[in-house]
Design a protein. Structure first.
Length: 247
């Protein structure tokens, strides 16, 4: 049995991953944005899950969330599932929160970051980026390029950790919209599998995955200079650093 934290668990793919892992007998900690959202995961809590609460758009709440997680004990895996499609919360939720939680939560054996096929349209340009969300300085594809590069950087810097990025497909969740063409039943499978499987493929690190198969990401993802610039920029804004990141 593994202990897994899944961010953004109130609905969509996060909820589906948490429910599947719980059904398989794992110890699951779900995450919701605010206390009133706990009602959305009541069935998971009744089934044995625990919960942490915090708004990933607010840096102080992200730090408090890391403290809540650490108080529960070390995790075997963390699935950084939470994400938004646009607005001023785009970079805080999609990039800053995964970075801070990675830096501040006791290091697990496995880390999984939700990416998107749209990351290939992102621009590896950090000039003028506003991590605070005070203004919209980057696009959704940019945010997913950044978090995919973060996953690759973690795999390189922490060789004892299995770190991956997952494209779940464009599926009809609340975020994806009802017209999304992907198969919702498959959207959570790869990240849940990577979190617990002992298959040789899942025991690798640094992969970019789509439906349990690796694919080639944007060239900037494995560019060590870009990774270093990204980590440095995030560290400068947040005050958090990845141990071993050379910052």
């Amino acid at each position: 049995m593994s202990r897994i934290l899944v961010t953004g668990s109130a609905d969509g793919l996060g909820r589906a991953a948490a429910a599947a892992l719980l059904d398989d007998g794992h110890s699951v900690v779900v995450h919701v944005r605010a206390p009133e959202r706990l009602a959305a995961v009541r069935d998971l809590l009744d089934g044995g899950a625990q919960a942490v609460v915090g708004d990933l758009a607010k840096l102080d709440e992200v730090r408090a969330l890391a403290d809540q997680a650490n108080a529960l004990g070390r995790f075997d895996a963390v699935i950084h599932n939470a994400g938004v499609l646009g607005g001023r919360a785009l970079l805080p939720v999609n990039v800053v929160a995964p970075f801070v939680l990675t830096a501040e939560i006791e290091r697990p054996e496995r880390l999984i970051y939700l990416s998107s096929g749209w990351h290939r349209s992102g621009q590896p340009d950090l000039d003028g980026v506003d991590w605070s969300g005070a203004r919209e300085s980057r696009s959704y594809p940019d945010s997913k390029l950044f978090v995919t590069a973060l996953a690759a950087a973690v795999a390189r810097l922490w060789p004892e950790v299995r770190s991956h990025a997952v494209d779940p497909g464009w599926v009809p969740t609340r975020m994806g919209g009802p017209g999304a063409p992907g198969d919702l039943r498959l959207g959570h499978v790869t990240q849940a599998w990577l979190a617990v499987s002992d298959s040789p493929e899942a025991l690798t690190s640094g992969g970019y995955w789509y439906h349990q198969a690796t694919r080639e990401p944007h060239p900037a993802v494995h560019d060590e200079d870009f990774q270093a610039a990204l980590l440095r920029s995030l560290a400068d804004y947040t005050g958090s650093t990845l141990p071993g990141g050379g910052l």
